[in-house]
Design a protein around this ligand. Structure first.
Ligand code: ADP
Length: 499
């Protein structure tokens, strides 16, 4: 059985660092690759060796598969871990890596290929009795035929691009009168985004929750599930807060979803770590959405509640070892919450807010894990995903994990750029989140930028308080002023007066 001695991590930032940490614990040497924008990054300093791939844009650096494979040959690297994003779900790259005699830490190219197409994935799992959203199995471009099918399925329906991803080419149609126009738009959007206008139709699940199952399989055919992650708090179809376990999943539902996820994995002869995504409706019916054939951003919450290091498991499976535990050995212990700290401005539609991390002080203390790839004084580059870090808490109960997260957010000091921390604090304190009764529409339903109380810097805050004091001193009777002044010095209160 091949033993991995030197691992190249074909990624950057927090995930590169996180993978290298597990490799180091296993006695494996690490090689970092980096672009010119990441020369001073922690992942570069942490690795035993580091190689510059080229200029900052991904297509001139992190996506250069051939150059990465050549680097492995030059440095006698025996395995590549692709992390998430970049080359992680590129079947062609995985194949070239194996052809070069290097171990790809991930599934086979065939599994990646099948699960990379939404329709091929549906077809592959159809033999395994997995619940699927009512809809079509084939892609179409014929509008009249599509309209007929939509009526059969029943409105509201969702038009999806067959080659889709990242929410592109997706259109909700509420009633038949809008169908033609929306279908034309979906086809042209899919054509321009993916060079393939084929679309299919699904029933639109109202009030959907996004709940996914982590699976692990070995090359000997053993597959287990490591329970669920609740990922319904999203903005722009992208996750911001995740937790495990989900507040609404019962032991019976967990077992049913877990078995379905194992079925999906078996349908494509999957090995390694993978995630099967489901959409869950109000009545807790679940439907297969897609499978991600890689390590997921939010994998730490699963690690916290199962005690398993998913990266180490991936490496062992890639070496050809069989899993050394069975389904019945896995138990959920405690509760874990993750918030994604993005360099984005929640007051401005969550648009990226790129700049320098002038202050960067991490929270500490019991039950806190920070996975990041930046240091104070560094710039967040514009070329890549604007995630600064993932903040994860762990505690015995859900409430304690949430309280701990709110405490950690308060301790996390970031200045120089806007972040999603304030939004996350708002969401965690919201009744809907606390009660567990929320869906993917949480942001649209409950969030307004005015609800944030930490959008201003200390100086701005002091200035506003001073202005307010002056205003009340000028225009208000003394008796009233005395009542108001103490109140307006506390953060947030004065703002409600300005509305
Ligand atoms: P993509 O690959 O573009 O991310 P997905 O199929 O994973 O597309 O869907 C992205 C998100 O869209 C899901 O997380 C879910 O919130 C929503 N979605 C997808 N399919 C449906 C559906 N049939 N009904 C309601 N919402 C859906």
């Amino acid at each position: 059985m091949p033993k991995i001695k030197k691992l190249l991590v074909a990624n950057r930032g927090e995930i590169a660092l996180r993978i290298m940490r597990s490799a180091r614990e296993m006695g494996i040497k690490t090689v970092a690759v980096y672009s010119e924008a990441d020369r001073l990054s922690p992942h570069v300093k942490y690795a035993d060796e580091a190689v510059c791939l080229g200029p900052p844009p991904s297509n001139q650096s992190y996506l250069l598969g051939e150059k990465i494979i050549q680097t492995c040959k030059d440095l006698a690297v025996d395995a590549i871990h692709p992390g998430y994003g970049f080359l992680s779900e590129n079947a062609d790259f995985a194949r070239k890596v194996s052809d070069a005699g290097i171990i790809f830490v991930g599934p086979s190219p065939e599994s990646i290929e099948v699960m990379g197409s939404k329709l091929a994935a549906k077809q592959a799992v159809s033999k395994y009795d997995i619940p699927m959203v009512p809809g079509m199995e084939k892609a179409i471009t014929d509008i009249a035929f599509a309209k007929e099918k939509a009526a059969e399925i029943g409105y509201p329906i969702l038009i999806k691009a067959s080659a889709g991803g990242g929410g592109k080419g997706m259109r909700i149609v509420e009633s038949e009168v809008d169908f033609e126009e929306q279908m034309q738009r979906a086809v042209s959007e899919a054509e321009s985004a993916f060079g393939d206008g084929a679309v299919f139709i699904e029933k639109f699940i109202t009030s959907p929750r996004h709940i996914e199952i982590q699976i692990l399989g070995d090359q000997q055919g053993n597959t287990v599930y490591l329970f669920e992650r609740e990922c319904s708090i999203q903005r722009r179809h992208q996750k911001v807060i995740e937790e495990a376990p989900s507040a609404v999943v019962t032991p019976e539902l967990r077992e049913a979803m877990g078995n379905a996820a194992v079925g999906v994995a078996k349908a494509c002869n999957y090995y390694g770590a993978g995630t099967v995504e489901f959409i869950v409706d109000e009545k807790l019916n679940f439907y297969f959405l897609e499978m991600n054939t890689r390590l997921q951003v939010e994998h730490p919450v699963t690690e916290m509640i199962t005690g398993k290091d998913l990266v180490k498991e991936q490496i062992r499976v890639a070496e050809g070892q069989s899993l050394d535990f069975k389904q019945e050995d896995l138990k959920i212990q405690g509760h874990s919450v993750e918030v994604r700290v993005y360099a984005e401005d929640p007051r401005n539609n969550f648009l990226p807010d790129i700049g320098k991390l002038s202050t960067y002080v991490r929270p500490q203390g019991p039950g806190i894990r920070v996975d990041d790839g930046f240091e104070e004084g560094m710039d967040i580059p514009i070329y890549y995903d604007p995630m600064i870090s993932k903040l994860i808490t762990y505690a015995e109960t859900r409430q304690e994990a949430i309280d701990r997260m709110i405490r950690a957010i308060d301790e996390y000091k970031i200045t120089g750029i806007q972040t999603t921390l304030g939004f996350c604090k708002f969401a965690l304190g919201h009744e809907a989140f606390k009660s567990g009764q929320f869906d993917t529409k949480f942001v649209e339903r409950y969030f307004k930028p005015e609800l944030l109380d930490d959008g201003l810097s200390e100086e701005e805050e002091q200035l506003m308080v001073a202005l307010a004091v002056e205003f009340f001193q000028k225009d208000t009777a003394v008796s009233v002023k005395e009542n108001i002044q103490p109140e307006i010095t506390t953060k947030g209160n004065w703002r409600s007066r300005l509305k």
